[in-house]
Design a protein around this ligand. Structure first.
Ligand SMILES: Nc1nc2c(ncn2[C@@H]2O[C@H](COP(=O)(O)OP(=O)(O)OP(=O)(O)O)[C@@H](O)[C@H]2O)c(=O)[nH]1
Ligand SMILES: [Zn+2]
Length: 296
């Protein structure tokens, strides 16, 4: 008999499938079988057939390898805190949009004075572009609007640099989760090999969150310069005002509307710098892909 379900946990050599009637079962898979949490599957005995994906969320590791993080998410929460590196949010917004996910921003650690300071600069910069939630995972203040948003049937994950509070946030949102936080999590990367487990958790009242150990950053995977300009936060309106050349890359081309705005200060200078960095990266990746193509 064939039954449809969703992969809710991945243990490397087995996955846990949740079926429509609420039943759960472990099914063996080959290592690197390509299944990820969020995949819809059709189970026949011990055989898994994966159904087509709506979205794929990928990350790039330190060596440049690409890994699938989760399938069929529709939103991505970008978590920032006082320690967040410059440019992180803009890069994450582009990556989320390119993958077909709606990005939203979580400004965490609002209970700290430095947290409030970060919120003071970040919130005005993003609130017209994406949904922004300023909160404290530690005290729980400001969590309700985020719960309310997720409750509307969204399935998401959090990304953020180390220490911004992704695990703390999941613990605050998912009852009985008990993810390890901070000091303890350091040990995961020392000594013996531990299998990383990602899981999909249903939230009380609606919505789902995936916890994705090690998901801190992504390289921009396979996007074009045109997509970069289309998805880059703050360029949405600028693009329509029109540059002289339709294929303008908004670097220093004559008649570029974006570089004029950047020079006048109407476009945030740090954000424009981030765009130029990403543009260099995307161009380098395109050239590398082209060279590989010629060799074939
Ligand atoms: N003051 C304050 N501290 C917080 C808050 N959220 C998390 N922290 C602390 O920040 C530190 C890092 O939190 P984690 O939840 O482990 O951060 P993470 O993003 O999961 O970190 P990695 O696992 O390294 O990627 C811990 O000491 C937390 O207790 C908050 O809202 N306020
Ligand atoms: Zn331009």
């Amino acid at each position: 008999m064939r039954v449809q379900g969703v992969i809710v946990s991945h243990y490397g050599i087995a996955v846990e499938v949740l079926f429509g009637d609420g039943a759960r079962r472990m099914v063996k898979v080959k290592r690197n079988s390509g299944h990820v949490v969020g995949d819809r599957v059709e189970v026949t005995g011990e055989v898994l057939a994966r159904l087509p994906r709506k979205t794929e969320l990928q990350r790039r590791d330190a060596r440049g390898g690409i890994h699938l993080v989760a399938a069929n998410l529709d939103v991505l929460g970008i978590v920032v805190a006082p320690s967040s590196p410059a440019g992180f949010t803009d890069r994450a917004i582009v990556a989320a949009r390119a993958a077909g996910l709606e990005p939203f921003l979580v400004v965490n650690k609002l209970d700290l004075p430095e947290g409030e300071e970060v919120a003071g600069t970040v919130v005005p910069l993003y609130r017209e572009l994406v949904l922004v939630f300023a909160l404290s995972a530690a005290t729980g203040s400001g969590l309700e609007p985020l719960r309310e948003f997720l409750r509307n049937g969204h399935r998401g994950a959090f990304v953020g640099s180390t220490g911004v509070g992704k695990s703390s946030l999941l613990n605050a949102l998912v009852p009985n989760l008990d993810l390890k936080v901070a000091e303890v999590s350091e040990h995961k990367y020392q000594g013996r090999h531990t299998t990383t487990v990602s899981s999909l958790h249903a939230l009380p009242g609606g919505g789902e969150l995936v916890d994705t150990p090690g998901f801190r950053d992504f390289g921009l995977v396979d996007i074009t310069c045109e997509q970069l300009a289309e998805f880059f936060p703050g360029f949405e309106a600028l693009e329509r005002q029109g540059c002289r050349f339709h294929n303008c890359r908004h670097r220093s081309e004559p008649g570029c509307a974006v570089s004029v705005l950047a020079a006048s200060g109407a476009l945030n200078a740090e954000r424009y710098r981030t765009y130029l960095e990403l543009l260099d990266e995307v161009e380098a990746a395109e050239e590398a892909a082209q060279r590989r193509g010629w060799k074939k």
